[in-house]
Ligand binder design. Structure first.
Ligand SMILES: Nc1ncnc2c1ncn2[C@@H]1O[C@H](COP(=O)(O)OP(=O)(O)OP(=O)(O)O)[C@@H](O)[C@H]1O
Ligand SMILES: [Mg+2]
Length: 188
């Protein structure tokens, strides 16, 4: 995949399929350590030990339509190609944590891409779920962060549905501008 934001979309869609109510996306870029890490934490149904062991193998899937699941193996490959690492932990009935790290400066690292588009697609498809995105940038001059939480937005919206076109559109602009400001000219 050409963008990490598309991998994130795929990984979060797994959480949605696993009936998670709250999905937390942590994106941390540490320029002092040349490390970008992406963590998706959900409170969904989790996986059995047997499935967890096989899950980064492209021939494992519980889908009936096709017997090759590629979301997790592709994310793992993208991380490892950039000199990073991949880790998944899960507990049945509790939830799942998928973590991948990337070498920021590696020529084999895919760009982060448009996170606001990923969030827009998720909100449109699953307005009933809640999403938190924590976005952090660490440089020599310190830490900058942007936090987004649909629970807070829904409270402010009162009776207006979050998946209304105008709302999604302004949320996307809001995320895009805040990420740009947090980046402060740095490119991810
Ligand atoms: N967050 C999660 N919670 C519970 N089970 C999960 C989670 N993520 C993945 N799984 C399980 O691992 C399997 C493999 O996931 P993966 O994303 O690699 O492939 P897939 O979703 O089956 O297919 P694809 O992503 O290619 O459409 C899934 O079918 C599902 O059974
Ligand atoms: Mg998947």
């Amino acid at each position: 995949m050409r963008e990490l934001s598309l991998h994130i979309l795929d990984i979060v869609q797994n959480s949605i399929k696993a009936e998670a109510d709250l999905i937390i996306i942590d994106i941390e870029a540490d320029f002092t350590a040349d490390r970008l890490s992406v963590t998706v934490t959900d409170d969904g149904m989790g996986m059995s030990k047997e499935l967890l062991e096989k899950v980064t193998d492209p021939f494992t899937t519980t889908r009936k339509t096709r017997n090759v699941g590629m979301g997790l193996p592709l994310f793992k490959m993208a991380a490892e190609a950039s000199g990073g690492e991949f880790d998944i932990s899960s507990k049945e009935g509790m939830g799942t944590v998928v973590k991948a790290s990337f070498g920021i400066s590696s020529i084999d690292r895919v760009p982060l891409g448009e996170l606001e588009e990923t969030m827009g697609i998720l909100l449109m498809g699953s307005p009933d779920r809640d999403f938190i995105m924590n976005y952090q940038i660490r440089t020599q001059s310190g830490l900058k962060e942007f936090n987004f939480d649909t629970r807070e937005i829904k409270e402010e919206l009162d009776d207006i549905p979050i998946d209304e076109y105008e709302i999604i559109s302004s949320i996307k602009t809001y995320i895009k501008e805040n990420i740009k400001e947090t980046n402060g000219g740095l490119v991810l």
